[in-house]
Design a protein around this ligand. Sequence first.
Ligand SMILES: *[C@@H]1O[C@H](CO)[C@@H](O)[C@H](O)[C@H]1NC(C)=O
Ligand SMILES: *[C@@H]1O[C@H](CO)[C@@H](O)[C@H](O)[C@H]1NC(C)=O
Ligand SMILES: *[C@@H]1O[C@H](CO)[C@@H](O)[C@H](O)[C@H]1NC(C)=O
Ligand SMILES: *[C@@H]1O[C@H](CO)[C@@H](O)[C@H](O)[C@H]1NC(C)=O
Ligand SMILES: *[C@@H]1O[C@H](CO)[C@@H](O)[C@H](O)[C@H]1NC(C)=O
Ligand SMILES: *[C@@H]1O[C@H](CO)[C@@H](O)[C@H](O)[C@H]1NC(C)=O
Ligand SMILES: *[C@@H]1O[C@H](CO)[C@@H](O)[C@H](O)[C@H]1NC(C)=O
Ligand SMILES: *[C@@H]1O[C@H](CO)[C@@H](O)[C@H](O)[C@H]1NC(C)=O
Length: 514
Amino acid sequence: MEHTWKALLLFIFLCNNGYTHANDCVPREFATGIVCVCNATYCDDTPDSNPRIPENGTLYWYVSSKSGLRLNLSQARFNSCKASSYAPILTVDPSKRYQTIFGFGGAFTDATGINIRNLSQAAQDQIMRTYYGRNGSRYSLGRIPIGGTDFSTRPYTYDDSPGDVSLQYFSLAPEDYNYKIPFIKRAIELNPDVKFVSSAWSAPAWMKINDRINGLFGFLEKRYYGTYVDYLIKFLEEYKKHGIDIWGITTGNEPLNAFVPFDRLNDMGWTPSTVSEWIADYAGPMLENSEFNRTKILILDDQIFEIPLVPELVFRNQKAKHYISGTAVHWYFDRFFPSLLLDDTHNLSPDKFILMTEACTGAGFLNILKVALGSWERAQEYVLSIIEYMNHWGIGWIDWNLVLNKAGGPNWINNNVDAPIIVNPETDEFFKQPMYYALKHFSRFVERGSVRIDLNNNLSNVESTAFVTPSNEVVVVLYNRNNKEEDVVLKDPNNGSVCLKLLPYSINTIIYAQ
Ligand SMILES: *[C@@H]1O[C@H](CO)[C@@H](O)[C@H](O)[C@H]1NC(C)=O
Ligand SMILES: *[C@@H]1O[C@H](CO)[C@@H](O)[C@H](O)[C@H]1NC(C)=O
Ligand SMILES: *[C@@H]1O[C@H](CO)[C@@H](O)[C@H](O)[C@H]1NC(C)=O
Ligand SMILES: *[C@@H]1O[C@H](CO)[C@@H](O)[C@H](O)[C@H]1NC(C)=O
Ligand SMILES: *[C@@H]1O[C@H](CO)[C@@H](O)[C@H](O)[C@H]1NC(C)=O
Ligand SMILES: *[C@@H]1O[C@H](CO)[C@@H](O)[C@H](O)[C@H]1NC(C)=O
Ligand SMILES: *[C@@H]1O[C@H](CO)[C@@H](O)[C@H](O)[C@H]1NC(C)=O
Ligand SMILES: *[C@@H]1O[C@H](CO)[C@@H](O)[C@H](O)[C@H]1NC(C)=O
């Protein structure tokens, strides 16, 4: 039986003429795994020129695996195999629909731009195309820090003149001009539908009670609640002058860090009651009365263990609730807390979305290796997280630094971490890690406006999620977390069944017309 369907696959494959091959991965092996190497003239990709919607009865099947496949495309056919009695069945139900997907992307930190600029012009553009291009990951989101973060080479904000209440000395930083704006503009050229979420890590130190950019109890002084909104609006104005529209703004990155002793990250603390007052009486009305009246306000921008409690407390202020569009969640403690927290947050107010706004591997003192070149385990963490967020009301998933160097920096407090793309300036190359492909398995296919659909799966070794796209394709993503092959049968009530042999530790994206 097994040989029959393999032969059939091969037959279909050979018969299919109008098929364009992708540039293949150029693999390089490190002690920690396999990366794909790109340079000024070559980068593996996934061309657009295949028929967008596979022909009647056929499915596209993209596979990436620990063994080294990277979005390897083959085709399969519905009803071409007899489901063996033991093969477990995954059933898609396109009629049962959940949230609408907004997109996937990464963050334009200073470190990202510094590292991209350490390569030749041509290699720089390869990076931008491999993330935002049609033949690349087709990223549709970006996160733009407002001023500096720890992934800057110095601490700064846009107005470091103490007491400048009229913000006359407000100005963007050299980092914006050198490391952010050029690459953000290129992303917009590559994908005009890209949307940006912005977060400040801290207000200017002089607006805070501790008079510092980081450290304990750095709360915004109440007398500057309005000034700080003016500051954020100035940022929106300056970026707009460069043709960059900001879709949404969070209430600030990880306010909880201001309660953690010895934490050196740029931070600004909120409590549910101070942030709801700030939104209700300042940020909400002031944005509404500005030309940025369509800018979404996202709360939290912090760890999963704070939900649903923090949103619940914030929403008690009805005026604040009115101005809030959604909750931004970071992934760092996800593995210790159930996804049920996301469901509870959704249920608090189903009209408010949930967006995952920051994730990276290699973070924290438990990770001795900041960058683990080629690590499949880290790709697995990405895939499992994306599937969890998708299955629990997340509308998108935004990676942290788009690009880092081999040390996982630069970072002004040495809080280095890993990233899906690592540059190797000595040879004008960059390395695409398995994490890059993990995200691409979603971002490339689950375009904005796709809706998550039901997928009945009770397999313990296969994680799954499914969508229907605006052009009516079904996209199913399966992850085999087993170290053995898994035989599964994917069943669609309208189209029948297809047998799939999932390689050990493999990410599988399956696409077919509905
Ligand atoms: C770029 O990569 C391609 C594919 O590996 C290779 O053929 C080419 O020689 C590389 N170019 C340089 C300048 O290294
Ligand atoms: C995508 O790849 C195809 C095939 O290699 C190429 O013809 C096309 O120009 C590429 N498109 C973009 C936007 O790079
Ligand atoms: C699609 O395939 C089915 C059976 O394989 C056939 O009955 C149907 O006519 C086909 N439709 C088109 C539009 O080719
Ligand atoms: C699945 O069924 C629908 C509805 O009959 C049809 O339009 C679509 O082409 C089928 N898809 C495949 C891959 O056969
Ligand atoms: C990779 O894809 C090719 C078709 O492009 C297919 O022949 C081959 O079997 C696939 N490899 C694996 C291991 O799935
Ligand atoms: C929102 O701002 C735009 C300008 O950006 C303006 O044209 C529009 O009238 C404003 N809408 C409201 C409801 O204030
Ligand atoms: C840029 O590349 C050079 C080597 O070409 C290296 O010495 C330097 O550390 C790199 N800069 C950063 C910020 O990684
Ligand atoms: C798995 O789901 C199938 C239906 O899709 C059901 O028949 C079977 O009993 C389920 N198995 C377990 C262990 O829940």
